[in-house]
Design a protein around this ligand. Structure first.
Ligand code: HEM
Length: 193
């Protein structure tokens, strides 16, 4: 969520596009609901693009080869601990056009499948994250509601600093600070919550 809001503050045109999508599909004076999410593909693109650039678990979880195997020409003996560098795969210029650029549109029509092996924020296969669908829905609801209800601005005119901290999970080096105020069209609804 913090990365997504940071990226949107640095890309106001994407924030506006997401807001327009929400306004067009959710009735006036109504809060975004779970059932609206399927009508908000651009919001989903923003979530995917955020997870591509800043995967929560950049090395996934450690895996363990249960048999000898060969991966991309490398012999991997049985019993080896294996780390998958999703961060690097997600920024590989052979797989992605302008890999370091925030471009949610790249996920329009993205199907996953074998092509999805290049996008693995939740891992892939038998040990992939079983909470992925839940996570995407919860993030969609939370991020979508923040976009729907509030005007967002950067605290400083400079872009939000996107430096990464170190660790097994990818957090911002500098916690996000942002200014927000209720959108006039949502103020009355928000005051009743
Ligand atoms: C944005 C949110 C989340 C992200 C990015 C995420 C990511 C991941 C990743 C990368 C793995 C390791 C996959 C691998 O190494 O192949 C994993 C495993 C797992 N996740 Fe998530 N996860 C998220 C949310 C959740 C939620 C909401 C739940 C439960 C409700 C959950 C439950 C699990 C469990 C139980 C595993 C271990 C699966 C296994 O080893 O078989 N995760 N997750």
């Amino acid at each position: 969520m913090e990365w997504a809001v940071s990226l949107l503050l640095n890309h106001p045109e994407a924030l506006q596009k997401a807001r327009t999508e929400i306004d067009n599909h959710v009735g006036p004076g109504q809060l975004l609901e779970d059932s609206d999410l399927s009508k908000l593909p651009y919001l989903h693109c923003i979530i995917n693009e955020t997870l591509r650039l800043f995967p929560v678990a950049p090395l996934l979880l450690p895996h363990f080869s249960s048999e000898d195997c060969v991966v991309d020409g490398f012999n991997i003996p049985r019993g080896t601990t294996l780390l998958v560098n999703a961060w690097v795969i997600h920024r590989d210029p052979n797989l992605w056009d302008e890999p370091t650029r925030f471009k949610p549109e790249r996920f329009e029509g993205f199907e996953g499948g074998r092509e999805g092996f290049k996008f693995i924020p939740f891992g892939v296969g038998r040990r992939a994250c079983p909470g992925a669908a839940l996570a995407i829905r919860v993030i969609g609801l939370a991020l979508g509601t923040l976009i729907q209800c509030f005007e967002w601005e950067r605290v400083e005119p400079e872009l939000v600093d996107l430096s990464e901290g170190s660790g097994a999970t990818l957090h911002k080096a500098k916690p996000l600070e942002a200014m927000y105020r209720p959108r006039p069209s949502m103020a009355s609804l928000l005051s009743q919550l």
